[in-house]
Design a protein around this ligand. Structure first.
Ligand code: HEC
Ligand code: HEC
Length: 376
């Protein structure tokens, strides 16, 4: 069925000429990146998901050092709300320098896996681990319970969960993480120039769509076509939320590697905090099939979760180890990718693109329209 006439519309306004360059097929593919924002779905594994008091408490705890054992730092020290919930550091600095870059925390509601290696299958578990990780906030259940009991948050905590003294310390830990998760669920990136373009295409308003810069349109065409970026960066969040080797070296030094998904699965499969476990509030244990059916395999080594590209211009540096400084460097990385190094079984999808300077600039311009900021 042919819904549209020729997708090219030329508007002549004085000397300015703007047009929609996309083919019918490219337009249909573009529609799959929306609508945005997605409708809110509360988390069945978290009984205080979408609860206003829990969101407020989670927001307050997020920026307070009470969640680290010696009061040294807060979640916001690494996930700075003023810097798109990350920092410009290459790798996160906790009690030691961590191996990985800090991800932004927006658009996390409803994903199947969390973390670069997918070591959590819920947002509350991903919020719980940093509190007790040795290298991060280093609390244990008991120290967290006593820190909270003595803090100014105790009244708000007890208003939601009842008296703290009668609660098992592990329950206090899980409840705390669930308030953080309720807060993080509310963090969604704004609509952007790209969303206006996409919605105009859906309404078949080519005059409006033609306001989207041609350089970004050409970048989008490469993203969908020769670059095949859409194979992994798809759906409204621009991620399939699965694990791949995108050609970033995963050696930490001469003898150690970042195990990526392999390590994430090792962690997940022995964790008490999964959707299949006792701490999920969902009587039907929805989503638990994923953790129950997942298996480790050698090809998981050195693969990482595909990051969302929404808001990406605000979160340099890039990749799991922060090794690429800007979007230009990321595109050059894909353009010159060393396919010899890639997992032979997985990633036949990536190949050297040998992009021209113009094509690199076009792809960067496209990625920038997924944020509301432009390069300084
Ligand atoms: C020392 C810096 C640091 C601190 C402090 C920190 N984080 Fe993180 N956070 C990271 C890094 C690095 C990752 C990626 C970890 C990984 O995947 O191995 C991450 C990942 C996450 C994720 C998963 C994001 C995704 O895209 O899947 C969530 C959720 C999160 N952190 C929440 C929190 C919360 C809540 C706190 C406070 C209790 C916190 N973090 C404290 C550095 C930090
Ligand atoms: C095979 C799946 C796959 C394909 C195809 C792919 N990517 Fe990626 N992309 C990933 C993964 C996985 C990462 C994270 C890799 C890592 O950290 O080691 C990533 C990282 C990125 C990042 C950095 C995001 C951040 O927050 O650090 C950008 C930007 C990006 N890709 C853009 C693109 C573009 C543009 C293309 C097409 C030229 C593309 N990707 C093709 C899977 C893919």
């Amino acid at each position: 069925m042919r819904l549209w006439g020729p997708a090219v519309l030329v508007i002549l306004t004085g000397a300015v000429r703007a047009e929609v360059l996309l083919s019918e097929e490219e337009i249909q593919q573009t529609l799959s990146f929306g609508p945005w924002p997605p409708s809110f779905q509360s988390d069945p594994s978290n009984r205080i998901s979408n609860d206003a008091r829990a969101i407020a408490l989670g927001a307050a705890l997020f920026t307070d050092p009470v969640l680290s054992v010696d009061g040294a730092f807060s979640c916001a020290s690494c996930h700075d709300p003023k810097q798109a919930f990350t920092t410009s550091d290459t790798r996160a600095l906790g009690r030691v320098l961590l191996d990985r870059n800090t991800p932004s925390l927006r658009n996390l509601s409803g994903l199947r896996w969390y973390g670069w290696g997918g070591k959590s299958d819920s947002l509350w578990a991903a919020s719980l681990h940093p509190i007790i990780e040795e290298q991060e906030m280093a609390h244990n259940k008991e120290s967290l319970k006593s820190a909270l009991s003595e803090s100014s948050f105790i009244d708000d905590f007890e208003a939601i969960f009842g008296g703290i003294q009668s609660q098992d310390p592990e329950l206090v830990l899980v409840n705390t993480a669930k308030t953080l998760s309720a807060y993080l669920e509310t963090l969604v990136t704004e609509r952007t120039q790209f969303d206006d373009f996409r919605d105009a295409l859906e309404r078949r308003d080519l005059t409006e769509a033609a306001h989207y810069p041609e350089t970004a349109q050409r970048g989008l065409q490469l993203f969908l076509g020769r670059g095949n970026c859409v194979f992994c960066h798809n759906s409204p969040g621009f991620s399939n939320n699965e694990f791949h080797d995108a050609g970033v070296p995963y050696f930490l030094n001469e003898t150690e590697v970042d195990e990526g998904r392999f390590g994430g699965l090792n962690f997940l499969l022995s964790s008490a905090y999964t959707l299949g476990g006792d701490w999920s509030d969902d009587p039907d244990k929805r989503g638990a099939w994923a953790v129950r059916s997942v298996r480790r395999s050698h090809s998981d080594f050195g693969t990482f979760r595909t990051p969302s590209l929404r808001g990406v211009a605000e979160t340099a540096p890039y990749m799991h180890n922060g090794s690429l400084n800007d979007l230009d460097a990321v595109i050059r990385h894909y353009s010159e990718i060393d396919t010899e190094r890639l997992h032979t079984d997985g990633e036949a999808i990536l190949s050297e693109l040998n992009l021209s300077e113009q094509e690199i600039a076009d792809l960067v311009a496209f990625l920038e329209t997924l944020s509301n900021v432009t390069r300084p």
